[in-house]
Design a protein around this ligand. Sequence first.
Ligand SMILES: Cc1cc2nc3c(=O)[nH]c(=O)nc-3n(C[C@H](O)[C@H](O)[C@H](O)COP(=O)(O)OP(=O)(O)OC[C@H]3O[C@@H](n4cnc5c(N)ncnc54)[C@H](O)[C@@H]3O)c2cc1C
Length: 398
Amino acid sequence: MPDKVAVIIGAGPAGITAAHELVSRTQVKPVLIEKDDCIGGLARTVNYKGNRIDIGPHRFFSKSDRVMDWWMKMIPLAATNDGPTEISYQNKSRTIEGKGPSVDADKEDRVMITISRLTRIYFLRKFFDYPISLKVQTILNLGIPRMMRIGFSYLRAMAFPIKPETNLEQFLINRFGRELYLTFFKDYTEKVWGTPCDQISAAWGAQRIKGLNIMKALAHAAKQMVPKGSDIRQKDTETSLVEQFLFPKLGAGQMWDIAADQVREQGGEFHHNLNVERINVEGNLVKSVEVRNSQTGEKETFEGDYFFSSMPIKELVDAISETVPPSVKEVSDGLVYRDFVEVGLLVNKLKVSDDTPTGKQLIKDNWIYIQESDVLVGRMQIWNNWGQAWLQTLQKSG
Ligand SMILES: Cc1cc2nc3c(=O)[nH]c(=O)nc-3n(C[C@H](O)[C@H](O)[C@H](O)COP(=O)(O)OP(=O)(O)OC[C@H]3O[C@@H](n4cnc5c(N)ncnc54)[C@H](O)[C@@H]3O)c2cc1C
């Protein structure tokens, strides 16, 4: 019998991982309280009549060996003949070796696959490579006058960089020139983050697109023209330009479904449709949480020996209320959250297609950046291109 109880707020990746660690390594029983009717949080996979849709694209990457090992213990890497695999996410990259028995992605569902990223930018009602490459098609798409404006404004930015560089707009102009910034960065970034680029810190740009500038993009374009060998390592490539990532075959949520099953098997409890509204504190200790059932409106109290929270910080601080120091409350009140809406469309075919030697086929993009300022969509995911599962789903549904 477990000695103690840990109340965990939220059954997203953080809550489920905490619960899994507890059942694997302690005698503490995890009790997860989730306000939604499903698990996985922002990393869930929604299964709509057999069609699996993630909440946004998820690439599995961590700098920590422990985290990578944890994931691959949960879902083993598919067998590969190509040796070590280089994966990347947000300017970091690493090499992973398949540990333990490799599994066959064609036969098994519980398998982590490697996806070669293909993404394009939709702008001027045309497709552009992402990252932008200096192909003839790019020049034709942009037109000679715009290309000249891009070239001159880049030279101007190099000769007269904006100083001090405090916001994202200045960060991008200093690296790409004003015209390229207006063409490919401004509208998309503002759509996604809901904040004008001149109100986002330059440090954000440094973190997201560190190391990427026009000279590196040109060098990358030149490298792309040289035929590649079978080596899929991408050691010298800036991460914003890199093409490979790991993904569970049945979607990001498969990771959390498997981990949650293991937690249940080892005695953990999941409670759904319960919204934590209040955290009761005595002295410096949390004693219990008060929840309201979103279906029945009933209130309930959960007591525990340990408490973990993965609910938004702002709401957590509000729920603790009077015992929070004013300076902490002021900071949490100032936190800004961005809503995210995803619309899943099941379509028989797309108007656009790729020409291949065997005829027209579904475009290969994993996602498309919608740069057009008059289209109120930031990104379009094509889930069929994310793993065998998506393709099988489409074939089954005809
Ligand atoms: C579009 C998009 C793309 C992403 N891409 C990647 C990627 O490629 N790679 C990557 O590693 N990460 C990615 N992420 C980030 C990743 O999804 C999050 O880091 C991760 O989901 C955070 O897990 P979490 O458990 O901390 O929080 P969440 O996933 O937010 O889970 C929190 C849980 O707590 C519940 N909850 C909240 N408030 C309460 C309450 N009061 N009472 C009870 N329950 C509550 C919520 O319903 C939710 O289930 C992406 C996110 C988005 C939105």
